[in-house]
Design a protein around this ligand. Sequence first.
Ligand code: GUN
Length: 286
Amino acid sequence: MTARIIDGKSIAAAIRRRIADSVRKHVAHGLPRPGLAVIQVGDNPASSVYVSHKRQDCREVGFHSEAYELPAETRQEQLLALVGRLNMDPAIDGILVQLPLPQHIEAQAVIERINPDKDVDGFHPENIGRLLLRLPGMRPCTPSGVMTLLRHTGEPLDGKDAVILGQSSIVGRPMAIELLNARCTPTICHSRSRDLQAKVRRADIVVAAVGREQFVPGTWIKPGAILIDIGINRNAAGKLVGDIDFAAACAQAAWVTPVPGGVGPMTRAALLENTLLAAEQHSRLG
Ligand code: GUN
């Protein structure tokens, strides 16, 4: 079997074109442009790259965007106060605080200060709860982007066994709920899980979010599986690679996402979708 590539880059580009179209219509109706505020504390190089990509996406689709680059020594109360002001700002529909935050700031307190209606990351407990209960709300961007990729394959999802490698609050756990909501049977694996190979080998869908190159070797892959690689690692040659052995995946799976160009662009597209949704809700309420 030769796997088909799930091209996140082009699927995300199509989503951006659709969003840009909606923004043009909003503006033609006299509505304000959707507004996104992105806050970065400190100068983590990976965060700086992500934030600049998010701003570039905003420009491309016609969103209003504001960037807050705060020094690493910023006190938690100052950050909470900024979030509080943005919660009240009518030009801002979405607030994103780039993670990780410096050690002295309690990230959960900051996440919980964001008005759930402006929580375009979908990390607020209210939004996670809404996802769990299958109620409408802001959905965490990476799992939401993965669901869009899975739907693009055209494969029926219901009844499929899905294994998620990684139990983080922002990826693994909401990913399991998304898959459950799509009527898959999800299993979340973590560092204490036993016999990973047997679990992955049985899975029709594998979502890898470990952050270790070659974590999933070819011998673990069920022939015909759908493989979603969320890992972003730099190998010894300096090349970006995922968590799954890509050559083996291409030979054995039915579908596979590349790294780069798979899940990454979809996370960014999902953020734009959430911001547009927030703006539509705010204009309906306002
Ligand atoms: N850091 C890594 N991924 C993310 C994300 O999706 N949102 C935020 N806010 N920070 C991140």
